[in-house]
Structures are given as C-alpha cells and as structure tokens.
Design a protein around this ligand. Structure first.
Ligand code: NAD
Ligand code: WQD
Length: 335
C-alpha cells in the first residue's frame, strides 16, 4: 500500500520538486496549497513529470477543518510542511502577516494532525536560524538567532516543535535547515517562479540573462571573502527534495532532530555569475554595488549529520544548478 504524504505548500518551488521525488519513491503525494505564491498550472505540469494525476486541494493551513478533512479523506500518514511566507524584506514591513501565516498556520496544522492521530512531520526550516555565523561551516549545534521576522517565525516554529516532541513521544519530527536552494527539475517543467522583481540571486541572474533586466547588482564587493562578494551554500532543489524523502523515511527513528541540508561548499556571487555564463554560453552583465542591509558575508553548511542520520549527500554541482535553472527559464519564460 503506498503511503499518502501531505505536502503543505506543495505547489511552490521546493514542494513541487518534493512531490516528484515522493511519487517516484512509490508514495502518493497530496498537495494542500492556498496558491498565495504559486499557480495551479504547476499541478498539471507535475502530472506530466510523474505520469499520473496528482491530488491537489486548494486550501489554507490555518483552516483546521480543511486540514482535518484532507488528512482523513486521503488517509495521510506523514506530513512534509513547506507552506509559509518567505520574503525577508516583506517580513520586516508586515511582521504580523508572517507570524500569522507561518506560526499560527503551523499551530493549526499541528492541532489538526494531533486530532487525526498523525504525528510525523518534516518541517522546512532554514539556515537563517543561525543568524550571523560565529564559525564556519555551520553545524547544527551553532547558536540560534535571527535578525528579521521571517527568521523569527522559523525559530519559533522549531521551538514549538521541540516542546511538542518533549510532551508526547508519539511525535516524530525532523527540522530540515536548508541553505540556498536553486536550480530546477531537469525536465524544465517546474522551477522557481517569483512574483515581481526577484530578491534572490539566481532568479535575478535568470532575468538578466533573458534580457528582462539590464544588469545584476552585486550587493557588496568588500566582504572578507576570496573575491569580496557574498558566499553562500547553493544547493540544487532536486538534491534538497531527495533529502526530504530520506528524512521522511527515517522519521520513525527520530523524536525531534535538526539537520542541515547543504553541499558544504561556499560559492561567491561572482562564482555563480561565471559558472552561469560558462555553462549556458550567455552573458550576465553586472555592476558592483554597496552591501545589501542585513546581509551576512558568508554562510555554508557542515552536511555531515545529514550523511550520518539520513544517508544523504548532494550529487549535483553548481554547473548543474545553473544549467537546469536556465532550462526552466527558457522553457517557461519563468512562469
Ligand atoms: P514558495 O513560496 O515557492 O512555496 C511556498 C508555498 O506555500 C506556496 O505555494 C504558497 O502558495 C504556499 N502557502 C503559503 N502560505 C500558505 C498557507 N497559509 N496555506 C497554504 N499554502 C500556503 O517557497 P519555497 O521556496 O518553495 O519554500 C518552501 C518552504 O521552504 C518555506 O517554508 C520557506 O520558508 C522554506 N525555505 C525556503 C528557502 C528558499 O530559499 N527558497 C530556504 C529555506 C527555507
Ligand atoms: C545570495 C547572495 C546577496 C541578489 C535568502 C534568505 C534566507 C534563505 C535563503 C529562506 C548574497 C547576493 C543577491 C542580487 C546579489 N531563505 N545578491 N544581487 O540572502 O543568502 O538568503 O534566501 O529561508 O533566509 O535571506 O540569498 O539569493 O538573496 O543572496 O549580489 O540581486 O547573492 O548579497 O550575497 P540569501 P540571496
């Protein structure tokens, strides 16, 4: 019997790639998404990749009745919880919307799961919970902090989940702390589709390469990094999706564990630009600008715990990320 896995936020960038891996592993992904940051067309494209229709319910995780109905109707046994708002800048101007959607939304989801006797969950946390790194690479024992409401919501949810696990040993919880997910499915059918002007590096690089923006602004060239530009641990979204599958499969052995999902390699902004130009034979004009407020100099993962606990490590390179992201941009125009 295939397991029915609830993917909250499953039509979004990361969730859609997880749906593919969950289905490929022989399970039945069930997507619950309110489409506040994704489009229903993703579900049809997922069906083309998977080769069969995919179960989709348009609904909000804050609506406990909807969540309970989905869990019961589809016989859900485990949950991968991705639904949330994720724009750091927006979270500073609308903190209450972030606490409501992310924290209250998770609370309502957990209540509904508990009522239905489903107590296994993989949660989308973020490397943002480490704040400004005191040492690199970042291990899971690094002190936690956050300088913005988005990060605070991730920290609050982690605390809530830890308290829950302490209160009742029937819960099995994995907190996956992602580094910088980029790239797209190799089919070119799904990928990242941000609304408006992208904030993040790879989506902006794509728009510049496609001629939709004249040039990339490189935010800071005087960081204490090899070329002066910011360094991050970019991870291919398909590797990230496979990491979720492994975490889901190992939930039975966990009470509440935090695990980094990253490559362990840092790349600078200019490393990304150069790899993108070389792999795709396109130009990405750029100008060096002042630092972006709130940015850190460098951040990359120690992924050893993921290998030890999940038997998982990344397989795809920065070149793969650049190639697959560009294929998605060309096939979709980014939408
Ligand atoms: P995304 O915006 O593409 O996907 C999130 C999905 O959740 C969207 O489809 C949106 O419509 C849905 N959603 C939001 N609020 C909802 C609600 N109340 N009810 C139902 N659906 C709701 O973002 P993503 O990049 O795929 O990120 C997925 C998760 O991973 C988020 O929780 C995000 O915070 C986390 N994360 C993302 C990154 C990143 O860089 N992309 C890094 C670390 C962690
Ligand atoms: C990467 C690098 C920029 C855009 C964000 C969130 C974090 C996490 C991952 C969710 C930095 C530089 C960027 C541009 C640039 N998300 N840059 N020009 O800031 O590491 O992290 O996404 O949990 O919480 O804050 O990612 O892609 O925005 O930036 O030079 O137009 O690219 O300064 O060095 P970041 P990013």
């Amino acid at each position: 019997m295939p397991d029915s896995i609830l993917l909250t936020g499953g039509s979004g960038f990361i969730g859609s790639h997880i749906a593919v891996e969950v289905a490929r592993a022989g399970h039945r992904p069930v997507v619950l998404d309110n489409l506040c940051n994704s489009k229903a067309g993703v579900i049809e494209r997922l069906a083309r990749i998977i080769g069969r229709p995919i179960d989709f319910v348009q609904g909000d995780i804050r609506d406990g009745a909807v969540v309970r109905k989905v869990i019961r109707d589809f016989g859900i046994t485990r949950v991968i919880h991705l639904a949330g708002l994720k724009a750091v800048g927006e979270s500073m101007s609308m903190p209450l919307a972030y606490y409501d959607n992310n924290v209250v939304g998770t609370l309502r989801l957990l209540e509904a799961m508990n009522d239905c006797g489903v107590r296994s969950i993989v949660f989308s946390s973020s490397c943002t919970v480490y704040g400004d790194p005191q040492r690199l690479p970042l291990t899971e024992s690094h002190p936690l902090s956050s300088a913005n409401p988005y990060g605070q919501t991730k920290l609050t949810i982690e605390l809530m989940l830890r308290d829950l696990a302490r209160s009742d040993d029937r819960w099995h919880i994995c907190l996956l702390r992602y580094f910088n997910p980029v790239g797209a499915h190799e089919s070119g059918l799904i990928g990242e589709d941000p609304n408006g002007i992208p904030n993040n590096l790879m989506p902006f690089v794509l728009k510049v390469a496609a001629g939709q923006f004249k040039e990339l602004g490189v935010w800071g060239s005087d960081y204490p990094t090899p070329d002066g530009t910011g360094v991050r641990d970019y991870i291919h979204v398909v590797d990230l999706a496979v990491g979720h599958l492994r975490a889901m499969e190992r939930l039975g052995d966990m009470r509440c564990e935090a695990i980094n999902l990253g490559t362990g390699q840092g790349s600078s902004v200019l490393d990304v630009v150069k790899a993108f130009e070389r792999v795709n034979a396109v130009r990405v004009p750029y100008t060096l600008k002042d630092r972006r407020p709130g940015d850190i100099a460098a951040c990359w993962a120690d992924p050893a715990l993921a290998l030890q606990r999940l038997g998982w490590k990344t397989e795809r390179t920065l070149d793969d990320m650049c190639r697959d992201a560009w294929k998605w941009q060309l096939s979709s125009g980014g939408s």
